[in-house]
Design a protein around this ligand. Structure first.
Ligand code: BT5
Length: 329
């Protein structure tokens, strides 16, 4: 797409790029360039234009648009069919609607929005995505493995978020099994994986990721347990860069998962990132709470917890939450 290409060119050039150079490079008319630049401006980019010099992108703009994300994507198929929205109820719900309208929706189709009006957590909980600061993104994949393995994709997504955050923001994160990524003990990212399947066949899996990127403050009910890159680092980051990095890393990990079909290639890495590993945790099981020592995940992605009587329980993510003994992590 011309807009995306122009954006890449402007970003990679210090100083001005002449209109003629853009025309020659992409084989398009001056009018097409002018229209594409204006459309980028409509998206919110600040682009200077000076007669006889050309165009220059002003740095420091932080925008979550299709062209901004596309110009940074390096994954092979994940995010290549990209749908971006200024505002939507929920990116998970949007992908479901897109799939229901078109069963041949490409594998890896991704939805990203700046603002979710009805963001979902697990089991009917609410996920906050206020305007202009956070990331809400979901991708749809069509795995060929059995439905019982899909819950492990949440764990892969958590590793991808950790890697991407380290790369883009230089921040160290931990994973709170199964679906949170935390920084300094506070929730920075939540993951919601949903699936449509028959007993032995997956129609699709949607992995939804919510990230507190540039959030300056949180509603009172979550202020004590939530954090953002901005609050941890004191700097705002490019959300588009983070989206592209998450897609890149998830695709890489997922390729390896498709070969192994379990967590064995990632267990060591995962357990190193696991909050509370080797420590006492409280398992909030609807059939009765208990405490024990977290022994990390097994190759099915279940959390192993050793109870006081030395028995080892395999905790399945479904109905259970795990807490640190003194608080959220
Ligand atoms: C989650 O649920 O953590 C999954 C969140 C998934 C959100 C993504 S955004 C893209 C996609 N589209 C959707 O509609 N959802 C996905 P859970 O483990 O149930 O945690 C929910 C709890 O986290 C809430 O009850 C709050 O206590 C807390 N919470 C809500 N918003 C938060 C935020 N922005 N930051 C930190 N904590 C939050």
């Amino acid at each position: 797409m011309l807009k995306t290409e122009i954006l890449k060119k402007l970003r990679s050039t210090e100083g001005y790029v002449s209109g003629q150079e853009i025309c020659d490079k992409f084989g398009v008319s001056r009018t097409a360039v002018w229209k594409a630049v204006n459309s980028l401006r409509d998206d919110g980019f600040v682009i200077d234009s000076v007669t006889n010099k050309g165009y220059q992108l002003q740095s420091g703009v932080e925008i979550l648009t299709k062209s901004e994300i596309e110009s940074r994507i390096s994954s092979k198929y994940l995010g290549r069919n990209l749908c971006c929205y200024k505002e939507i109820d929920s990116t998970n719900e949007e992908l479901k609607r897109l799939f229901n309208a078109n069963n041949s929706l490409p594998n890896g189709t991704t939805a990203v929005t700046d603002h979710q009006t009805m963001g979902k957590g697990r089991r009917g909980r609410v996920w906050e995505t206020p305007e202009g600061v956070n990331i809400a993104m979901s991708f749809l994949i069509k795995p060929e493995f059995e439905p019982g393995k899909a819950s492990m994709l949440t764990l892969l997504a958590a590793i991808a978020v950790v890697k991407a955050t380290e790369e883009v923001a230089g921040l160290e994160c931990q994973i709170k099994w199964p679906n949170d990524v935390v920084i300094n003990g506070k929730k920075y990212c939540g993951i919601l994986t949903e699936m449509s399947s028959e007993p032995d066949f997956i129609h699709y899996v949607i992995v939804g990721i919510g990230i507190n990127a540039n959030t300056e403050s949180f509603p009172e009910d979550i202020a004590k347990t939530a954090t953002s890159v901005y609050l941890e680092k004191g700097e705002k980051i490019s959300r588009a860069k983070l989206v592209a990095a998450i897609l890149k890393y998830f695709e890489q990990y997922y390729e390896r998962f498709e070969e192994a079909l379990d967590m064995s290639p990632f267990m060591e890495e995962y357990n190193c990132l696991l909050a509370g590993y080797g420590q006492e945790v409280r398992v909030l099981d609807p059939n009765g709470e208990y405490t024990g020592i977290s022994k990390g995940i097994n190759n099915q992605g279940e959390l192993l917890v050793e109870k006081e009587d030395r028995t080892l329980t395999e905790v399945y993510a479904g109905e259970v939450s795990v807490r640190g003994i003194y608080g959220y992590v």
